[in-house]
Design a protein around this ligand. Structure first.
Ligand code: ATP
Ligand code: MG
Length: 172
Protein backbone atom coordinates (compact mmCIF):
# COMPACT_ATOMS: atom_id res chain seq x y z
CA UNK A 1 0.00 0.00 0.00
CA UNK A 2 1.84 3.06 -1.16
CA UNK A 3 -0.56 5.98 -1.29
CA UNK A 4 -3.74 7.24 0.32
CA UNK A 5 -5.48 6.85 -3.04
CA UNK A 6 -4.64 3.13 -2.85
CA UNK A 7 -6.48 3.01 0.49
CA UNK A 8 -9.50 4.74 -1.06
CA UNK A 9 -9.52 2.14 -3.82
CA UNK A 10 -9.35 -0.67 -1.31
CA UNK A 11 -12.10 0.64 0.97
CA UNK A 12 -14.37 1.35 -1.98
CA UNK A 13 -13.69 -2.13 -3.35
CA UNK A 14 -14.71 -3.52 0.03
CA UNK A 15 -18.09 -1.84 -0.51
CA UNK A 16 -18.37 -3.30 -4.01
CA UNK A 17 -17.43 -6.75 -2.66
CA UNK A 18 -20.21 -6.31 -0.09
CA UNK A 19 -22.71 -6.01 -2.98
CA UNK A 20 -23.35 -2.34 -2.39
CA UNK A 21 -25.42 -0.56 -5.03
CA UNK A 22 -24.73 2.86 -3.52
CA UNK A 23 -21.36 4.12 -2.30
CA UNK A 24 -20.71 7.63 -1.08
CA UNK A 25 -17.11 8.79 -0.79
CA UNK A 26 -16.10 11.96 1.02
CA UNK A 27 -12.46 12.93 0.77
CA UNK A 28 -11.87 16.12 2.71
CA UNK A 29 -8.41 17.59 3.07
CA UNK A 30 -7.15 20.68 4.83
CA UNK A 31 -3.71 21.92 5.82
CA UNK A 32 -3.44 19.54 8.78
CA UNK A 33 -5.40 16.41 7.95
CA UNK A 34 -7.22 14.17 5.52
CA UNK A 35 -10.62 12.77 6.43
CA UNK A 36 -11.99 9.92 4.34
CA UNK A 37 -15.56 8.79 4.85
CA UNK A 38 -17.08 5.97 2.84
CA UNK A 39 -20.68 4.92 3.30
CA UNK A 40 -22.30 1.99 1.51
CA UNK A 41 -25.56 0.07 1.45
CA UNK A 42 -23.84 -3.31 1.19
CA UNK A 43 -24.37 -6.47 3.22
CA UNK A 44 -22.88 -4.96 6.39
CA UNK A 45 -20.72 -6.69 8.97
CA UNK A 46 -22.00 -8.65 11.96
CA UNK A 47 -20.72 -8.02 15.49
CA UNK A 48 -18.40 -11.00 15.57
CA UNK A 49 -16.76 -10.12 12.23
CA UNK A 50 -16.60 -6.44 13.12
CA UNK A 51 -14.23 -7.28 15.97
CA UNK A 52 -11.86 -8.96 13.47
CA UNK A 53 -11.80 -6.60 10.47
CA UNK A 54 -8.51 -5.01 11.54
CA UNK A 55 -6.83 -8.39 12.10
CA UNK A 56 -4.26 -9.09 9.38
CA UNK A 57 -5.49 -11.78 6.98
CA UNK A 58 -9.10 -11.67 8.16
CA UNK A 59 -11.22 -11.86 5.03
CA UNK A 60 -14.66 -13.14 4.09
CA UNK A 61 -13.75 -13.04 0.41
CA UNK A 62 -11.29 -15.88 -0.06
CA UNK A 63 -13.28 -16.98 -3.11
CA UNK A 64 -12.23 -13.82 -4.95
CA UNK A 65 -8.65 -14.02 -3.68
CA UNK A 66 -8.80 -11.22 -1.18
CA UNK A 67 -6.10 -11.50 1.45
CA UNK A 68 -7.46 -9.40 4.30
CA UNK A 69 -4.79 -6.73 4.52
CA UNK A 70 -6.68 -3.66 3.30
CA UNK A 71 -8.13 -2.45 6.60
CA UNK A 72 -5.13 -3.46 8.79
CA UNK A 73 -2.82 -1.44 6.53
CA UNK A 74 -5.16 1.55 6.54
CA UNK A 75 -5.37 1.44 10.34
CA UNK A 76 -1.61 1.11 10.71
CA UNK A 77 -0.92 4.00 8.34
CA UNK A 78 -3.58 6.24 9.91
CA UNK A 79 -2.31 5.55 13.44
CA UNK A 80 1.28 6.24 12.38
CA UNK A 81 0.17 9.83 11.73
CA UNK A 82 -1.71 10.08 15.04
CA UNK A 83 -5.00 9.42 13.26
CA UNK A 84 -7.53 6.61 13.44
CA UNK A 85 -10.04 4.48 11.55
CA UNK A 86 -13.55 3.85 12.75
CA UNK A 87 -16.01 1.42 11.18
CA UNK A 88 -19.66 1.11 12.09
CA UNK A 89 -21.92 -1.33 10.36
CA UNK A 90 -25.42 -2.77 10.43
CA UNK A 91 -26.00 -6.15 8.77
CA UNK A 92 -28.24 -5.86 5.68
CA UNK A 93 -28.18 -2.06 5.94
CA UNK A 94 -24.60 -1.05 5.24
CA UNK A 95 -21.30 0.19 6.51
CA UNK A 96 -19.66 3.52 7.27
CA UNK A 97 -15.91 3.85 7.48
CA UNK A 98 -14.20 7.00 8.63
CA UNK A 99 -10.45 7.46 8.57
CA UNK A 100 -8.44 10.47 9.68
CA UNK A 101 -4.80 10.85 8.73
CA UNK A 102 -2.76 13.80 9.98
CA UNK A 103 -0.28 15.36 7.58
CA UNK A 104 2.79 14.54 9.62
CA UNK A 105 6.10 13.36 8.21
CA UNK A 106 4.72 9.79 8.43
CA UNK A 107 1.71 10.54 6.26
CA UNK A 108 1.73 8.76 2.91
CA UNK A 109 1.47 10.82 -0.28
CA UNK A 110 -2.09 11.21 -1.58
CA UNK A 111 -1.27 9.61 -4.92
CA UNK A 112 -3.51 9.45 -7.94
CA UNK A 113 -6.89 10.29 -6.47
CA UNK A 114 -8.32 11.37 -9.84
CA UNK A 115 -7.32 8.06 -11.42
CA UNK A 116 -8.78 6.16 -8.46
CA UNK A 117 -12.16 7.90 -8.68
CA UNK A 118 -12.24 7.43 -12.46
CA UNK A 119 -11.31 3.75 -12.18
CA UNK A 120 -14.05 3.16 -9.61
CA UNK A 121 -16.88 4.84 -11.51
CA UNK A 122 -15.92 3.29 -14.84
CA UNK A 123 -15.36 -0.25 -13.58
CA UNK A 124 -18.09 -0.80 -10.98
CA UNK A 125 -21.06 0.31 -13.02
CA UNK A 126 -23.67 -1.53 -10.95
CA UNK A 127 -22.99 1.01 -8.21
CA UNK A 128 -24.28 4.55 -7.88
CA UNK A 129 -21.22 6.53 -6.83
CA UNK A 130 -21.44 9.85 -5.03
CA UNK A 131 -18.08 11.56 -4.57
CA UNK A 132 -17.33 14.74 -2.69
CA UNK A 133 -13.75 15.96 -2.67
CA UNK A 134 -12.63 19.07 -0.79
CA UNK A 135 -9.28 20.76 -0.46
CA UNK A 136 -9.54 23.62 2.01
CA UNK A 137 -12.65 25.58 1.06
CA UNK A 138 -12.74 24.31 -2.51
CA UNK A 139 -14.85 21.24 -3.29
CA UNK A 140 -16.18 19.31 -6.23
CA UNK A 141 -19.02 16.81 -6.34
CA UNK A 142 -19.60 13.95 -8.72
CA UNK A 143 -22.54 11.60 -9.07
CA UNK A 144 -22.43 8.61 -11.39
CA UNK A 145 -26.10 9.36 -12.12
CA UNK A 146 -24.59 11.87 -14.56
CA UNK A 147 -23.32 8.84 -16.52
CA UNK A 148 -26.77 7.26 -17.02
CA UNK A 149 -27.02 6.25 -20.66
CA UNK A 150 -23.31 6.83 -21.26
CA UNK A 151 -21.45 3.98 -23.00
CA UNK A 152 -18.81 2.96 -20.47
CA UNK A 153 -17.41 0.31 -22.79
CA UNK A 154 -16.09 3.04 -25.07
CA UNK A 155 -12.37 3.75 -24.51
CA UNK A 156 -13.01 7.35 -25.61
CA UNK A 157 -15.63 7.81 -22.90
CA UNK A 158 -13.39 6.21 -20.29
CA UNK A 159 -10.58 8.54 -21.27
CA UNK A 160 -12.93 11.52 -20.93
CA UNK A 161 -13.90 10.46 -17.42
CA UNK A 162 -10.24 10.13 -16.40
CA UNK A 163 -9.61 13.61 -17.88
CA UNK A 164 -12.65 14.98 -16.06
CA UNK A 165 -11.36 13.91 -12.64
CA UNK A 166 -7.85 15.11 -13.47
CA UNK A 167 -9.24 18.54 -14.36
CA UNK A 168 -11.39 18.66 -11.22
CA UNK A 169 -8.35 17.80 -9.09
CA UNK A 170 -6.23 20.51 -10.73
CA UNK A 171 -9.02 23.03 -10.25
CA UNK A 172 -8.74 22.67 -6.47
N1 ATP B 1 -17.82 -2.08 3.41
C1 ATP B 1 -17.82 -3.35 3.88
N2 ATP B 1 -18.97 -4.06 3.91
C2 ATP B 1 -19.00 -5.32 4.39
N3 ATP B 1 -17.91 -5.98 4.86
C3 ATP B 1 -16.74 -5.32 4.85
C4 ATP B 1 -16.63 -3.98 4.37
N4 ATP B 1 -15.34 -3.60 4.50
C5 ATP B 1 -14.68 -4.63 5.03
N5 ATP B 1 -15.51 -5.67 5.24
C6 ATP B 1 -15.16 -6.97 5.86
O1 ATP B 1 -13.89 -6.86 6.43
C7 ATP B 1 -13.00 -7.84 5.85
C8 ATP B 1 -11.61 -7.29 5.83
O2 ATP B 1 -11.48 -6.20 4.93
P1 ATP B 1 -10.05 -5.92 4.28
O3 ATP B 1 -10.18 -4.79 3.33
O4 ATP B 1 -9.05 -5.80 5.36
O5 ATP B 1 -9.73 -7.29 3.53
P2 ATP B 1 -10.29 -7.86 2.15
O6 ATP B 1 -11.00 -6.80 1.39
O7 ATP B 1 -11.04 -9.10 2.46
O8 ATP B 1 -8.93 -8.23 1.40
P3 ATP B 1 -7.87 -7.18 0.77
O9 ATP B 1 -8.31 -5.79 1.17
O10 ATP B 1 -6.56 -7.54 1.35
O11 ATP B 1 -7.98 -7.38 -0.68
C9 ATP B 1 -13.61 -8.16 4.49
O12 ATP B 1 -13.23 -9.42 4.01
C10 ATP B 1 -15.11 -8.08 4.81
O13 ATP B 1 -15.55 -9.25 5.45
MG1 MG C 1 -10.17 -4.85 1.20
Amino acid sequence: MRTIADHVLDIAQNSVNAQATYVKINFVEDHEKIVIKIKDNGCGINKEELSKIFDPFFTTHEEIRRVGLGLPFLKQNAELTGGYVHVSSTPKIGTVLEATLFKTIDCQPIGDLAGTFAALVTSSTGVTWEIRRCLGKECYDFSSKALDGVDLSSPKVIKMIFEYFKNMESSL
